[in-house]
Design a protein around this ligand. Sequence first.
Ligand SMILES: Nc1ncnc2c1ncn2[C@@H]1O[C@H](COP(=O)(O)OP(=O)(O)OP(=O)(O)O)[C@@H](O)[C@H]1O
Ligand SMILES: CCCC(=O)O
Length: 358
Amino acid sequence: MSCSKNRILAINPGATSTKIAIYEEETLLFKKIVEHSVKDLKEFSSIFGQYEYRLNLVLEALKEESTELNTLTAIVGRGGLLKPLLGGTYGVNEKMVDDLKRAEQGEHASNLGAVMAWNLANQLNIPAFIVDPVSVDEMEPVARISGLSDLRRISLSHALNMKAVARKVAKEMDKKYEEVNFVVAHLGTGVSVTPHKKGKMIDVNNAMAEGPFSPDRCGGLPADQLVKLCFSGKYTYEELKEKLIRKGGLYSYFGTMDVREVEALAEKGNEEANIVLDALAYQVAKEIGAMAAVLMGEVDRIILTGGIAYSQRIVNDIIKRVKFIAPIEVVAGEKELQSLALGALRVIRGEEEASLYS
Ligand SMILES: Nc1ncnc2c1ncn2[C@@H]1O[C@H](COP(=O)(O)OP(=O)(O)OP(=O)(O)O)[C@@H](O)[C@H]1O
Ligand SMILES: CCCC(=O)O
């Protein structure tokens, strides 16, 4: 059966959830968020091990909604840790799928998005896309210098949501994204803080390794102590990597990635919960200040987004430290599914050409 309007299936595999939606043109027809607990994902030793599990959840959700796959025009997935690329919509191809399967740039749940989209779209003979993947790299040359000639800074961030909310706020200001300067802080399971200069993310704390800690990541650490820990014999390489990325941050202190649970502890008088939550807001505010300096103080708005932006406590703590820089907009949650669908629609309608991944 074919449908005269464009119908897009958007798939967003995240660290703690798989989110899916169907859009008919710009209209949301259906949305489902399947949460994954640490226990659900524990049995999988790699992100790719989760492929069948997450795909079946997507197919079950579509079945529950009685959505026939053959009514779809295109499928769009969240792009993962690919080679560094400019922002925009990319057609999924074999090279991209191979790179994601090899996880050359690292393991991340979003690596599954393009692969799910590609496999389903091939069965249906329709196109598959990704939009603004995690590896969007628009950094200026000066931002790439690490301070050690062996290492260079890389750009891994929540580009999809940050660019989507930046476009939304620019529109509300009657401006184009390409006309404004923003500092955008995405506060999710991972944390990215980025200066957006006239439509380009010219720097970012690599959300897997730098900047503020997050619910499951340690952020930047004292390098000398980390080196000692690496050679202490206490942990294997794999254990330490997991400790830094999936079991760092709030998880390392409280065994949960849920800010609400840590807030509940703090409310019950747990002093450590109080100070660690204060530190999360403090580190985010500090990073916003650094990115404002990158923009030489020419900041039209600071935007706070992601799931933690629902937390009144953390948002208020950040605002009190950075309000001297620029007006602040809070766009709690994320616009990733909508942004994926819009990116695919722009290409299907011929408003934008899909970039080629090579
Ligand atoms: N109402 C709320 N108050 C406080 N924290 C919240 C609230 N809702 C969600 N969060 C927190 O937001 C975090 C998850 O954010 P989000 O849903 O943006 O992450 P994700 O999609 O799993 O990962 P990422 O954003 O890194 O891709 C969790 O720590 C969660 O506890
Ligand atoms: C690397 C950006 C995405 C995330 O932190 O989950």
